[in-house]
Design a binder for this molecule. Structure first.
Ligand SMILES: [Zn+2]
Length: 199
């Protein structure tokens, strides 16, 4: 129906989360109408972010250098680590202003059905970090979903076996069950964080 380059653009856009075929088509036509400069700015922004942004060598958060801003911040408590699924969860928790520690970003949640095993996440890296650094408490802040809960149990168990004296906590209930952390409002997430309990 479309010239191959247009079809290619629609196909690529439709792979974006939350973008269906119809939206992809609308975006593609918007870009076709846009000036060369405007469309080029979008293409450049995508290329630049892929070239310049990598993962923090300590916590696997997004970073524009060897370590992320939070790991580089001396004022953050290095003995308190909050484990989250995605870099976007770091943003959600930072917005609450309730957490002064550091993070550990897993890169997803355990989901055998989707072929996501412990080796696919930064779980071994978390154990290594806890074994080689002074850590007082690990707060598990995976999403209150089936996969997030399974991941939480797996990690709590792994940490307990390796470091029985370590405090391992989980966000308090009150978060909408089945939803991702990023959809929780700051107040609810802040309360869940301050009311965290041992697991
Ligand atoms: Zn970091």
């Amino acid at each position: 129906m479309y010239a191959p380059p247009v079809q290619r653009l629609i196909t690529e856009l439709s792979k974006l989360p939350g973008v269906g075929g119809r939206t992809a088509q609308r975006l593609a036509f918007y870009l076709l109408r846009a000036s060369e400069e405007e469309a080029g700015a979008l293409a450049d922004a995508i290329r630049e972010v892929k070239e310049k942004i990598g993962l923090c060598s300590i916590c696997y958060n997004l970073a524009d250098g060897p370590t992320c801003r939070i790991c580089a911040d001396e004022r953050r408590d290095p003995e308190l680590i909050c484990v989250v699924e995605e870099p976007s969860d770091v943003i959600s928790i930072e917005r609450t202003h309730e957490f002064a520690g550091r993070y550990h970003v897993l890169g997803g949640a355990l989901s055998p059905i989707d072929g996501v095993d412990p080796d696919d996440l930064k779980i071994a890296e978390l154990y290594e970090r806890v074994a080689t650094h002074q850590v007082r408490e690990v707060v598990i802040a995976t999403n209150p979903t089936t996969t997030g809960e399974a991941t939480s149990l797996h990690i709590a168990d792994g940490l307990r076996r390796r470091r029985p004296e370590l405090a391992v906590t989980r966000l308090a209930s009150g978060l909408p069950v089945g939803a991702d952390l990023e959809y929780a409002d700051e107040l609810t997430l802040g309360r869940a964080l301050s009311g965290r309990r041992a697991v």
